[in-house]
Design a protein around this ligand. Sequence first.
Ligand SMILES: [Fe+2]
Length: 174
Amino acid sequence: MKDVHELPVNRLNLILKLLLEKAKAKSNIDRDQPLEWSIMHMYSCSQLAKLLAFKRNLNPEIAGIAGAIHDLAIIETGIFKNHGPDGAKLVKDFLYNYNDIHGLENGKVTEDEIAIIIDATIHHSDKINYSNNEYVELIKDVDSFDRYLHGKETYEFYIERTNRVLKDLNYPLL
Ligand SMILES: [Fe+2]
């Protein structure tokens, strides 16, 4: 075992800071979900996505960024309806802007990585269907599990996805 470990999450950490700044600049009036929920969910999904990425042999930083940013449309607009697909352009613009301003110093998010993160954002609300895209499925599972951990009512397909995470973690299923 090494004496020091440092998970390479430079990009994710700055992106979380930028997303928090964006959320804090918004008003809580006329939103489908309170900003406090969006912020809490952003951080916890990001952490859970990393945890699950270890287990599924995926890149923990990319999973963490997807976990952090998948509800960007809700943060931006306050509207829940269709926020996955509506998030595609917002996520793309956000990550391009990140690359332009911080990419050189902090590390760019590559085109391939951006495509993965956008895919996960677009499809994450469709919890019923399963695909071959491991990052899409990871974000669907993490989103469901995070809601469960925060005490949200968990039913049907959310239970199925929560159980996928619990199974990965070798915990008893619901
Ligand atoms: Fe969502």
